[in-house]
Design a protein around this ligand. Sequence first.
Ligand SMILES: *Cc1c(COP(=O)(O)O)cnc(C)c1O
Length: 376
Amino acid sequence: MSGAAPQREALIDLDAFRHNVRTLAAIARPAETMLAVKADAYGHGMVPLARAALEAGASSLAVLDIPAALALREAGITAPIFAWMHDPDALFGAAAEADIDLGVSAVWQLDAIAAAAASRAPRVHLKIDTGLSRNGATEADWPTLVTAALQHDRAGAVRLHAAWSHLADASPADDALALARLRTAVQIAEGLGARFERLHLAASSAGIREPEARLDLVRFGIAAYGISPFDDQTGRELGLRGVMTLRAPVVSTKRVGAGQGISYGLTYRTERETTLALVPLGYADGVPRIASGAGEVWIAGRRHPIAGRIAMDQFVVDIGDDPVEAGEEVVVFGPGDRGEPTAEEWAGYAGTIGDEIVARVGARVQRVYLGEQAVR
Ligand SMILES: *Cc1c(COP(=O)(O)O)cnc(C)c1O
């Protein structure tokens, strides 16, 4: 294509993703697997990843909010979809009509669902705050939330389905305390007459390492994208495969002498005559600027350090005397099979977690899917 922008690509390996989902579902069984495809499937693209998750054995999907859930329905996905963050203007009526499972943390949400007077009653999952201090009813507010849910259930406005919470991943002891708090909340609710078909608490971390937290279903996210939720084990060591490869072609090269300053601030100077390769990816594409001076990329069969600051749209690589020309593939991160850095390594360069590395890959990076199955 003449005149096309440089191909900034995120290759998304759906076979690797399905392998991960199958691996995690097997770990969780007999608990069910709900797969989190929030934040555009952690930057991978919501609809294709949602389909692949269901193909690989997930029984339901999790997104943050109702608009994302409705987008999955519009894409033809009929599996249960769970959404749990709602502001007062949330489209509760549309969610109910589309049979979206709603996480509910407050009485006003139940009242708003009832006021929407949809033709069908949505399933609701009541959330108790077990220590993370985000949403979820406090212990003090829990009995009131349960009582309101029972009233709306009897009136036919909602179907009380589950009780749930989310862990702080601080320590096994904190998680055990959270589990105990969830169990206490369930007992209190049962004392008020509630019956729950499902209890859920664990995400990737506890889903893998804390069998007692798996309950009826595990909401797996990051591990399915091949990134470890742990500091002491990589995704590969967990038997998972990297899903995203961020890459672009070298757009130009030039030969420069010793002492040449590179990029804003001239924080890097060449030590000797060398070749510089310009790569059309920057922090607008999700390559973290804070990794300037630390990040490495894969070019022509080996790793090379990024030279100087990562800019909005580009960075420079000092490739020495390697015979690299415009058009050569540059891999920022990938599964690591060829020796390229992984998203987990990039998290290390940037002082963050792999989740942020993949979720921040920008909109102008084209997602290209490998292993897509025929449309069913
Ligand atoms: C993001 C999220 C998950 C998945 O978490 P991971 O750590 O990515 O597995 C599960 N449940 C809730 C409520 C979430 O917000």
